[in-house]
Design a protein around this ligand. Structure first.
Ligand code: HEM
Length: 201
């Protein structure tokens, strides 16, 4: 896991997880966690979700203990760190239990050739484009064609293509193709060599 400040990809999805507010429904009038009073008509989704999950675990404490015991016995690493990675711990400089939501996973890249478009928001059409400096990546591209591009590795696309049903515009909020600029300094030869390597995973 890498915090937004490191990976610098579009923050919208992560921010939504923190900022989303929803009607409380059956929770209305129940006690909020941490002595924060009672639930009103609306509450942050992250608070309700954490509260419900904790409630279920506490209510089923025997089953929870057994699940943890099994996981440890099976070597799932629970006795070490339940969360590994570079998670942020603060939001706007203040400690927050929800800050760790402001991070994206550097997932294993097995089969990455088959999962274009790339990044969590699908903002980059091919592996080659992802390895380019962020400002050189396509600003708009068509999605919806199933023809595979084995050179750049992704789906065949164009800035505008009458055969493709949808144009992805990376300038819209949530669609940004910024960040993950780690390979921007590579030479073109190195970039193409890396594309070939990624094909083998
Ligand atoms: C040669 C260097 C690298 C290559 C080839 C590479 C490749 C990739 C690819 C192909 C993805 C897209 C995965 C997908 O769409 O499912 C990705 C995502 C990601 N990588 Fe890397 N990566 C490299 C370096 C790094 C480094 C140095 C970091 C951390 C410091 C990192 C962190 C991440 C994260 C957090 C994501 C998810 C970002 C998001 O979806 O918003 N990567 N990487």
């Amino acid at each position: 896991m890498w915090g937004l400040e490191h990976v610098k990809t579009d923050p919208t999805e992560a921010m939504n997880a923190i900022n989303a507010v929803a009607p409380t429904g059956v929770l209305k009038g129940a006690k909020m966690p941490g002595g924060a009073g009672e639930y009103g008509d609306h509450a942050p989704v992250a608070v309700m979700l954490a509260d419900l999950v904790e409630g279920i675990l506490v209510k089923n404490v025997d089953a929870t203990a057994k699940a943890v015991e099994n996981a440890v016995r099976n070597g799932n690493g629970l006795k070490d760190l339940p969360k590994e990675g570079k998670y942020p711990s603060t939001i706007n400089g203040e400690e927050s239990p929800f800050a760790s939501l402001l991070a994206y996973k550097a997932r294993p890249l097995n089969g990455i050739w088959a999962t274009a478009p790339y990044l969590h928001n699908g903002a980059v059409p091919t592996l080659y484009d992802l390895l380019l400096p962020e400002e050189e990546r396509p600003q708009t591209f068509t999605v919806g064609r199933m023809e595979f591009d084995p050179v750049k590795v992704g789906f065949v696309h164009a800035a505008d293509d009458a055969q493709a049903p949808f144009v992805y515009d990376t300038t819209l909020p949530g669609n940004l193709n910024t960040g993950h600029n780690f390979t921007s300094k590579l030479t073109e030869d190195e970039r193409w060599a890396l594309v070939e390597y990624l094909k083998t995973l």
